[in-house]
Ligand binder design. Structure first.
Ligand SMILES: NC(=O)c1ccc[n+]([C@@H]2O[C@H](COP(=O)([O-])OP(=O)(O)OC[C@H]3O[C@@H](n4cnc5c(N)ncnc54)[C@H](O)[C@@H]3O)[C@@H](O)[C@H]2O)c1
Length: 261
């Protein structure tokens, strides 16, 4: 049975031309949302949108003027944006802090923290005025466990905390804000890191109790739930979708993951 959770309402998915954003946009479109994909490159964004019957708009989430202009154009063309998946983000190779350049640090913070905040405020202030809306921010399991990703992991911890701060701000205005924290998902940047020898896929699988990576659609299912009426009393939370990675993080102390029975 096809679920019509969206009921034709407009959802903006930032970073929707690839990976988790694209899989989520596709799922939301199938569930009756009117999807607008926002991403950097106009041609690539339009191509992704065309594949799933969505609309597209190219803008840089780290640019406040571009983000405000994009929101105005979306609402003029499609009507009120009732949901936002603030997902655009950049990942970072592991490095020592001694070797991490400040330009790389600033680039990660500009997209993953500044850009997420701008997307949320630009959409959220409109939702709050209208008295309804839903926002999901993409966090990461590295928001709550240490990693040698000295800009990325703190940027994600801040993004997860932002969901709680904005949920408190806009709760009385009918806007729910939550975070979703993916475990390891084989999206293009993660696949590229594996191919370059920077990530060992076996280690990623071994660290998860379910013994596997997470599929992009599984993040999409979590986002669809958080935006749906089924989650009408859920706001300010962080939902890990991680094949158990966070729960399993202590198991090296106990001789590794427990075997299948
Ligand atoms: N893949 C994983 O294992 C994993 C795990 C945890 C969290 N995440 C997070 O999930 C989100 C999506 O990552 P992904 O793995 O699907 O990567 P991806 O590279 O496949 O998709 C990210 C998209 O964001 C877009 N983007 C980047 N900077 C932008 C900007 N300034 N403005 C607009 N769009 C921009 C990119 O063009 C790209 O299309 C990111 O926030 C990432 O940090 C990914």
């Amino acid at each position: 049975m096809t679920r019509d959770e969206g009921r034709g309402r407009v959802v903006l998915v930032t970073g929707g031309a690839s990976g988790i954003g694209f899989a989520t946009a596709s799922l939301l479109a199938r569930r009756g949302w009117r999807v607008v994909i926002g991403d950097l490159d106009a041609g690539r964004t339009a191509g992704a949108a065309a594949e799933i019957g969505a609309s597209s708009i190219a803008f840089d989430v780290a640019d406040e003027h571009a983000t405000e202009a994009a929101m105005e154009r979306i609402e003029a063309a499609h009507g009120p944006v009732e949901a936002l998946f603030a997902n655009a983000g950049v990942i970072q190779p592991g490095s020592n802090p001694e070797e991490l350049s400040m330009s790389e640090f600033d680039r990660v913070i500009a997209v993953n923290l500044r850009g997420v905040y701008l997307s949320c405020v630009t959409a959220g202030k409109r939702m709050a005025r209208r008295g309804r809306g839903g926002i999901v921010i993409t966090g990461s399991v590295t928001a709550s466990r240490a990693a040698p990703l000295h800009a990325y992991a703190p940027s994600k911890a801040a993004a997860v905390h932002m969901a709680a701060c904005l949920a408190v701000e806009w709760g009385r205005s009918g806007v729910r804000v939550n975070a979703i924290s993916p475990g390891y998902v084989a999206t293009p940047p993660v696949r590229a890191a594996i191919e370059r020898g920077l990530r060992d896929p076996q280690l990623l699988r071994d660290a998860a109790p379910l013994g596997r990576l997470v599929e992009p659609e599984e993040i999409g299912a979590g986002v669809a739930f958080l935006l749906s009426d089924d989650a009408s009393a859920i706001t300010g939370i962080n939902l890990p979708v991680d094949a158990g990675w966070l729960a399993g993080a202590t198991m090296t102390t106990y001789g590794g993951m427990r075997p299948a029975r």
